[in-house]
Design a protein around this ligand. Sequence first.
Ligand code: GLV
Ligand code: MG
Length: 346
Amino acid sequence: MRPARDFFAPLAVGAPPPLREIPARPSRAIHFFDPSNEKMAGKVPGMVGTVDVLLGNLEDAVKAANKEAAREGLVRIARDTAGLGGEGAATQLWTRVNALDSPWVLDDLTRLVTAAGDRLDVIMVPKVQGAEDIHYVDRLLAQLEAKAGLERPLMVHAILETARGMANVEEICGASPRMQGLSLGPADLAADRRMKTTRVGGGHPGYLVRQDPADGSAEAIAAPRTSYQQDLWHYTIARMVDACAMHGISAYYGPFGDIADTVACEDQFRNAFLLGCVGAWSLHPKQVEIAHRVFSPSPEDVAHARRVVAAMGDGTGAVMLDGKMEDDASLKQCLVMVELSEQLAA
Ligand code: GLV
Ligand code: MG
């Protein structure tokens, strides 16, 4: 991944500046599975090639008594599943290891990197609080990679799920060249902030803005007034996207826990896409389809973007297209769409 701007490149006049690198491989849906759950693990080979990323989860949602079984199950899956993980694989293989203050994480990293490091692409680290957490993982990975004779560095993905992590979000993004991206962890973050939420990654009907009363009278205040539910996660996603963009890494929505509510799941994922995220977690196969569709630009948007690029010629000045003004800046927005569609088609 190249940095946000290449300061050593000659300044180009009449050509748009290089855009932030989008991930070389699509990661629109990160599908979680529990490697200690035989039913779930058995489905993994059949999902290769149908989902951008499969993630073997070792942390929350895996019982303490199953931590070792999950770790060993993931090693087996990584070794035995064709087309999963590593250079040029049809589907990337990620893992979420246990938290850095847990009794399991040292064994998670040591075992996975030395036994299956060549098949793993990204290590997701939960509950990251600051740059020091990433420095620790970075150093340990370097030692384990050397021990295992790996030639390709493992990338690191941090989950943003504590108030302290939020306060340190910029330094977390820039803590290591291994940093691949950040995900929102809405359940843990809500608890840490003392938010009152009832479904993971969803909204709440009580979080709303009501139309002002017609006047200050008791009748006007009691009269029915329109109210709109607001997005509890807007601030957090926008802040995360800025920090990621500043460091040239990718931002992800995280989980949506109400599996039956596919409509609200799609809304949350689409909001995240429109704000700059490249993907989301999937907790059920039906969320894979939603994420793949929502995090891909529509053919109409790509066709419009190509028209603007063609109309802008050398990339400077302004043109009118369908009654709208396009210029150097709107051209850059269109290039985001075109580059994303080309990357997904590759
Ligand atoms: C995910 O890990 C979350 O806490 O939402
Ligand atoms: Mg969490």
